[in-house]
Design a protein around this ligand. Sequence first.
Ligand SMILES: Nc1ncnc2c1ncn2[C@@H]1O[C@H](COP(=O)(O)OP(=O)(O)O)[C@@H](O)[C@H]1O
Ligand SMILES: [Mg+2]
Length: 447
Amino acid sequence: MQSAVSNALVALIRDFFQVIILLGVVFFMNWKLAMFSFIVLPVAAFPIVKFGRIFRKLSTSTQEEIANVSNLLHETITGNRIVKAFCKEQYEGNRFFNQVSVLFAITIKDARYRCMQHPLMEYIGGVAIALIIWFGGREVIGGNSTPGTFFAFLTALIAAYDPVKGVTRINSTIQQGLAAATRVFDLLDMEPEIQDRKNAKELPEFTSLIEFNNISFSYDDTTPILQDINLQVPAGEALAIVGPSGGGKTTLTNLIPRFLDLKEGRIVIDGLDIRDITIRSLRNQVAMVTQQTILFNDTIKNNIAYGNQEATDEQISDAARAAHALGFIEKLPDGFNTVIGESGERLSGGERQRISIARAILNDAPILILDEATSALDTESEREVQKALENLMKNRTTFVIAHRLSTIKNADRIIVVKNGRIVEIGTHDELLALEGEYELLYNMQYK
Ligand SMILES: Nc1ncnc2c1ncn2[C@@H]1O[C@H](COP(=O)(O)OP(=O)(O)O)[C@@H](O)[C@H]1O
Ligand SMILES: [Mg+2]
């Protein structure tokens, strides 16, 4: 796009005006002869248009294939440990070779058309000039024109030939730019699926109740993932969500910050349907800690302060202390200013998790979602993280998809989600007394 807009556009305008002015001169000198030379114009325009289409199509494929190549590179380079562990170097090498071959074939095709365009234009130009010399020469011999006018005419016409060629050459750059612009604007014009409604209100500080009313949800409109969910969670409650994997626990919690939108049922916070409030004010009140910790290649300090960039150093270190992260951070060579590498690769799993908990603590949102925040950890760091989570859950409304029994036991209420339905609800002791799903899960996992 850049070269189409800067270089090509300038060259195009220059060549275009040269052609126009020189043609004016040509007409002024001998309009009959000029008309004759115009017969060749449509012949010359045909390959310009035809090649333009080909170039645009090829350019779109080139850009797509370059994207595929860089995706593949990114995937295999960041996943290089797995590639090595499974001895797949050869396999990945072949995969890359095949991907690059596709790009190579398109590039060669593009070069071939480019090379064809040039002699074709020369050929058309040569034939045109020959015809004009033949016709003009007859005029001179017949006495209808002087040799002087004819040569002046010919000079102007030949001078016009170069800019015409220039226009055709630039054509391929312009077509490339257009192809790129099409791809860019396709993306820019995409409407986000989840948007603020007109007249959406700000959500005031959450104080009393989150309600799930008759919620059913499906990703593809055919397979129901959640069905008939009815639930009321008062402010300050710690609600544990348990159940078999694939039951819909993550989906249920993703509905709260509107990562997914409901078609059936409503979620109401303090009397306001979440679709009637601004996404920003809603998400400002929700903090999340998930199983996959998402950290940025930046300092520890900036990672912790991600949700609250005005935080003072003292607040950041308090959050780190509450997250049981201060100990290991202080042992690092640069302390809070240590850069943690791409997605935190220089930290252990437990350390990463505690940084993301410190981030949630500092964010200080009243609603907290913990999605298996400890399930990927070893017992030692899990104990640390567990203590950090308990600090985080204080004075907040928490949805905790739990994996550890102690978290579940400490929760005010537990719901068991199975096949998209809430099948049991109550405290630990109540649910055990039911001798149902919860007891089954409990016996399987903890006994
Ligand atoms: N983005 C998605 N698109 C389609 N199906 C999904 C998506 N995410 C999850 N699912 C499906 O929804 C079901 C519930 O998933 P999930 O809420 O992640 O369960 P849980 O957290 O209880 O393990 C699963 O069958 C899963 O395959
Ligand atoms: Mg899940």
